[in-house]
Each structure stands twice: as structure tokens, then as C-alpha cells.
Write a protein of this length. Structure first.
Length: 410
């Protein structure tokens, strides 16, 4: 009844925060603002979208031409310096011709780009620079035949270079550098203009956003209370669910995970992991309860659990599977080390312990099981083996009159 009443209250609050007329008006306003935003964005892109791409493409072409001119310069010098090496001279001459081919291709691509909206003088400046590059190419074409002659003389090659090539090379290099810098500056200026236009669009978008926020602020305040109420309910439900899970999987007396938690853990790990499991059980715990009372027994188990946590929680997951029974799943211990640890745990549990100013001691039965994932056993079979191991350990302990441990065999 109470839940139905609360749900009715929530529905009433939601209805109070909902005004169809206001929502219709807000929808119309937001639709108009959205249309204006779309028009503004498309307008900006139509004017500068392709311009940005053209500017980048033009700069890329000039950068390629500048790069190839510098490469030609380096290869020409290689020819002049190493003119006696026929193989090197011929290879460099082939590379020079290939570079001029790349220059011609980049120039053709540059001339096909519309740069009027970036800088109307760029095409004319570029054509002027390409005149120097063509002159450089012509000078090299006239000189390469002499460079390729097999009986060439080093001083003759150098003389041809100084008389015919050097001046054209320097002029082409300087002017390609200049046009690159000019194009770079023009591209930068165009980017600045684009950024300013985009800034205007962004400011317009922000303005429309502020208007939209103001329009919905009143409704938002009403809906916020409903959202907080629903969130509070959800948090309380989650907390209650988590508390129920904790109660179901934790031993209240010791604070350790219980048998149900162990079953879940094993169910997840058995198919894919090799696990070393050890189980410990007090031999005559009922006698302690009969002699000192159940409250004393509770305190004794709680004390033992605390000691086990302090000493062994770093190397094992510890579970309290029954009132007087503990189970350990060891973390990354070798078989020998795990078996040594079992004896240490058994010694810890069976030594004299002070409880309520009384010293009490009890022997312990233990079993250890080295499970291999290839065995493909389910949780029930594993527990049966462990229970059988504890039973055998108790028989051995009863025979020798002290704590005993056995290894579980499949």
C-alpha cells in the first residue's frame, strides 16, 4: 500500500511538472533555432569548406616543387663532385630528370586549383616562378649531355656547371623558396579568416544555446525534484540489494566469506584454473561449547578467524564454510610451499588461545587438494572430495591423538 501511494505521489509530481502548451512552445522555439544553426553552418562551409582544402592542396604542390628543386640541386652537385664515377653520374642524371617530371606534375595540379578566394595574385606569381624553374631545367638539359660523355674532364664539367647551370639553379631555388613562403603566408591568412568566421558561427551557436537553456530552465527545476526522488529510490534499492548479497555470502560471526561465496568462486575458476584448496576443521569443538558455553565458542571462533586473516590473507582467500570449518584457496603458491603453509595454518589453529581470560586448545584435521583444470570437475564433486578428505583426516587424528592432514586423491 505504501509503495502504491509513493508511486502515485511521483506520478502526480511528474504531471505537475508537465505543461503541454509550454512544451509545444519550447519545441517550436528549439526547432527554429536548430534551423538557423543549420543554415549558419552550411553557409560557412559552402564559403570556406572547399577553400580550406584548396589552400592545403596548393601549399602541398608548392612544397613538393620546392623539395624536388632542392633534390635536383643536391644531385647536380653530386655529378660535379663525382664526375669520374660513371655509375653515380648516370644514376643522378636519371634522378634529376625524374624530379623535373614530378615538378611538372605538381605544377599542373597547382594550376588546376582555384585560389581566387585565397589570394588572386598567387597564380601569376607561381607562373613567374615556374619560368625560373623552366630556365633551370633547360640549362641542365643542355649540360647533361656533356656530363654523360664518357671522356669528360673534371675541370670541363665544373666549367659547364659554373657557366651554364649555377646562375639558373640559384635563381630557381630562391624563387621557389619565395613562392613557398608567399603561399604559406596566404594559407595562414586564409586560415585566420576561416577561424574568425567559425568563431562567429560558434558565438551564434552559444547564443542560441543560452536562449534554449533559458527557455527550459523553468521546466528543469520541476523535473529535477522528480529525478532526485527517483534517484534516491534507486540508491536505496541498490543498497538494500547489496546488503542482501553481503548477508548471503558473508559469515556474520567471523566476517569471512561463507560456503555460498566459495561455491560461486569455484564455479567460476574450476573450468579454467589450477587451484590448491585446503580445508581445516576442529576435531572436538562441540566439547568447548559444552564446557564453556556457546558465547565462549563464538568468541573462540571469532578470535581464530581474526588471527588467520592477519597471518594468511596475503597468500590465500579465506572462507568460513561451517561454524568450526575454514577453507583456504592459495594464491600463486607452489605445491610444496602450499603444503608447508597447511602445516603452519594447522599449527596456528591448534595452539593455545586466550579467550575471555581462559586458555583453550583444540586439535585440527586438515586436507589439501591440488586441483587441475583438466579434471573438469564441478563444484559438488570438489566438495565431496574435500569432505571425504576431512573425514579421513579426522580418523587419522583420532588414531594419533593430535592434529592430522591428508592429501586428497582423485
Amino acid at each position: 500500500m505504501k509503495q502504491n501511494k509513493d508511486e502515485k505521489n511521483v506520478n502526480n509530481e511528474q504531471l505537475e511538472g508537465y505543461n503541454p502548451k509550454v512544451y509545444r512552445q519550447m519545441s517550436i522555439v528549439l526547432v527554429l533555432l536548430t534551423i538557423l544553426n543549420i543554415v549558419a553552418v552550411f553557409s560557412a562551409f559552402n564559403r570556406i569548406g572547399y577553400g580550406l582544402w584548396h589552400a592545403e592542396d596548393a601549399l602541398s604542390c608548392i612544397a613538393q616543387i620546392d623539395h624536388e628543386v632542392l633534390a635536383v640541386n643536391d644531385r647536380v652537385l653530386e655529378v660535379v663532385i663525382h664526375n669520374s664515377d660513371d655509375a653515380m653520374v648516370n644514376a643522378n642524371i636519371d634522378d634529376i630528370r625524374q624530379s623535373f617530371k614530378h615538378i611538372s606534375e605538381s605544377a599542373e595540379r597547382f594550376r588546376g586549383i582555384d585560389l581566387s578566394h585565397i589570394d588572386s595574385n598567387l597564380q601569376a606569381d607561381f607562373d613567374s616562378v615556374m619560368t625560373y624553374v623552366k630556365t633551370y631545367q633547360s640549362a641542365l638539359d643542355d649540360s647533361l649531355e656533356a656530363f654523360e660523355e664518357s671522356d669528360r674532364d673534371g675541370s670541363a664539367v665544373e666549367g659547364i656547371y659554373n657557366d651554364t647551370v649555377r646562375a639558373a639553379k640559384e635563381a630557381a631555388t630562391v624563387h621557389t623558396q619565395e613562392i613557398f613562403e608567399t603561399q604559406d603566408k596566404a594559407t595562414y591568412d586564409f586560415f585566420v579568416r576561416c577561424a574568425q568566421q567559425f568563431l562567429f558561427v560558434i558565438l551564434f551557436l552559444i547564443l542560441t544555446l543560452v536562449i534554449g537553456l533559458i527557455a527550459i530552465q523553468g521546466v528543469k527545476k520541476k523535473e529535477r525534484n522528480v529525478a532526485l526522488l527517483l534517484l534516491d529510490r534507486k540508491n536505496k534499492a541498490s543498497a538494500a540489494r547489496q546488503k542482501a548479497i553481503d548477508i548471503a555470502y558473508v559469515n556474520i560471526l567471523t566476517g569471512l566469506k561463507n560456503r555460498y561465496a566459495l561455491e560461486n568462486e569455484l564455479q567460476e575458476r574450476l573450468p579454467k584454473e589450477d587451484i590448491t584448496i585446503a580445508m581445516f576443521n576442529f576435531n572436538s569443538f562441540s566439547a568447548i561449547n559444552e564446557q564453556y558455553g556457546r558465547q565462549f565458542g563464538d568468541e573462540y571462533i571469532s578470535t581464530i578467524a581474526k588471527t588467520l586473516q592477519e597471518k594468511y590473507s596475503a597468500i590465500a582467500e579465506i572462507y568460513c564454510t561451517q561454524f568450526d570449518e575454514f577453507c583456504f584457496i592459495f594464491k600463486d603458491l607452489s605445491t610444496r610451499k602450499a603444503e608447508e603453509t597447511v602445516y603452519k595454518i594447522m599449527d596456528t589453529m591448534s595452539r593455545n588461545t586466550s579467550v575471555m581470560s581462559v586458555m583453550v586448545q583444540n586439535t585440527v584435521s586438515a586436507c589439501i587438494y591440488h586441483y587441475n583444470s583438466d579434471e573438469k570437475k564441478d563444484v559438488n564433486k570438489v566438495f565431496k572430495l574435500l569432505d571425504k578428505g576431512i573425514s579421513n583426516a579426522k580418523k587419522n587424528s583420532k588414531q594419533v591423538g593430535k592434529s592430522a592432514v591428508v592429501t586428497v586423491e582423485n
